[in-house]
Write a protein that binds this ligand. Structure first.
Ligand SMILES: C[S@@+](CC[C@H](N)C(=O)[O-])C[C@H]1O[C@@H](n2cnc3c(N)ncnc32)[C@H](O)[C@@H]1O
Length: 204
């Protein structure tokens, strides 16, 4: 299902989606609660959400459902996982709000401007990640798997990959490139394997 017409800048889209999470969090019958979303969204996110809903003629009910869907997937898979990678993490705060096992390693990949804002706001809010979280600054249309490996991604570990609200913005060719870089570096291969995850290989 397509998203609403999006603001041109990609970092604007992260704020826009955070604004939708903030609004959902305030509802009595909310699907989830993201206590950081409102501060992360800021005025930019709220105006972007307003503008997109004005253009599409109504409230975007899809975004909160998508958030809850992936929350449920992660919670259901958690016991079978060693690590999670968010491609185009944006202002996602699952590492601060979900009740997943402490042993998880968590990697977030996005552009530098997104993380500058995100880390500042989360720091001001005193947010503490619930497990080991690494921020990986990389352009997903380039060689992103190297910085991911440098950040301690464990080849051979059981991994869930989330590309939430990302591929919508990329051409088919760029999506293929994103996936190809992971394949080239063998970071995708172990997705279906789970026996050989070695903690010793993972820099602390
Ligand atoms: C619509 S937002 C979604 C963010 C988050 N997954 C969520 O659902 O809240 C898309 C995100 O993808 C990131 N992104 C888009 N193209 C990218 C690229 N080439 N490299 C790294 N990040 C990218 C943007 O910076 C933005 O944070």
């Amino acid at each position: 299902m397509p998203e609403d017409p999006a603001p041109a800048a990609n970092s604007g889209t992260a704020s826009w989606i955070a604004a939708a999470r903030a609004r959902e969090s305030e509802r009595a019958d909310r699907l989830f609660r993201d206590p950081y979303a409102s501060a992360l969204a800021g005025t930019l996110g709220r105006s972007a959400l307003e503008a997109s809903e004005r253009a599409s003629g109504g409230e975007n009910q899809f975004l909160p459902i998508r958030t809850r869907f992936f929350d449920d997937v992660l919670e259901a898979e958690a016991d079978k996982l060693d690590q999670v990678v968010l491609l185009g993490a944006g202002l996602d705060t699952r590492a601060f709000r979900l009740g997943l096992p402490d042993r998880l390693r968590w990697f977030e990949i996005d552009r530098p401007d997104v993380f500058v804002q995100k880390e500042r706001v989360l720091g001001e809010l005193g947010a503490v990640a619930r497990w080991q979280r690494s921020v990986v600054v990389a352009d997903l249309t380039g060689a992103w798997s190297e910085p991911l490996l440098d950040a301690g991604f464990g080849v051979g570990c059981r991994t869930t990959w989330l590309a939430e609200g990302l591929f919508f913005y990329l051409s088919a060719e760029l999506v293929r490139n994103v996936l190809a870089d992971g394949d080239d570096q063998h970071v995708h291969k172990p997705m279906s394997e789970h026996a050989s995850c070695s903690r010793q290989d993972v820099p602390q």
